[in-house]
Write a protein that binds this ligand. Structure first.
Ligand SMILES: C[S@@+](CC[C@H](N)C(=O)[O-])C[C@H]1O[C@@H](n2cnc3c(N)ncnc32)[C@H](O)[C@@H]1O
Length: 193
């Protein structure tokens, strides 16, 4: 998938021009505080929402330079930052720097073979005891699931991917979603070992 090309040509159907609706509920519960990383942040809607709610530093990371440039050109809170980088090759200063990672449509964007690398990358940027709050896209609704992205997943697969490095603390159905994603997502709160 050529993400840069998608942003350059404006072919970004996943971008709803607003943060994931579940974020508002998570923030009201006091989640996503301190230093927060948002991998695959796209144009940064989630980063701005988390930063505006009072996290210390929120870093949005994306592979696509155009996504990062567009995110940086928005009216961003002072505690919101954006960096162009590959999640699978993060800068060394990211190591164990974050208290939280917010996952939203990055896990489903990468190839399923890279999920093991996703788990390693998220583990490496979180401090021990740090938390991953993830809105997983279970069912993108493709006739042929191997034709993603987005690539769907399921609870058993998530258990297998994350259980060596994370403890599942809670899971719930999103309290709000983008229109059309109802019943197709799952939220998990995972603590890094
Ligand atoms: C489906 S889009 C979602 C963007 C954003 N979360 C949203 O909902 O608008 C997936 C994003 O992940 C980024 N991405 C894909 N692979 C990545 C990688 N290895 N490292 C960092 N970002 C990546 C893409 O550039 C793209 O912006």
């Amino acid at each position: 998938m050529n993400w840069e090309e998608c942003y350059r040509t404006g072919n970004t159907p996943w971008d709803k021009a607003a943060p994931a609706p579940e974020i508002e509920y998570a923030l009201r519960e006091g989640l996503l505080k301190g230093n927060v990383l948002v991998p695959g942040c796209g144009r940064g809607h989630d980063v701005r929402a988390i930063a505006a709610a009072g996290a210390l530093h929120v870093v949005g990371l994306d592979l696509a330079p155009s996504a990062v440039l567009e995110a940086q050109s928005e009216n961003n809170p002072e505690n919101a930052f954006f960096q162009q980088a590959d999640l699978f090759n993060t800068p060394s200063e990211f190591k164990e720097r974050f208290d939280w990672v917010w996952e939203h449509t990055c896990f489903c964007a990468i190839s399923p073979e890279d999920r093991v690398n996703y788990v390693s990358a998220v583990k490496s940027v979180l401090r021990p005891g740090g938390k991953l709050l993830a809105l997983f896209f279970l069912d993108p609704g493709l006739d042929n699931p191997s034709e993603g992205p987005p690539f769907g997943t399921n609870k058993l697969e998530l258990d297998a991917c994350f259980s060596d490095a994370f403890t599942l603390e809670r899971e719930w159905l999103p309290r709000a979603t983008y229109p059309g994603r109802e019943g197709r997502e799952l939220v998990r709160l995972l603590r890094r070992h």
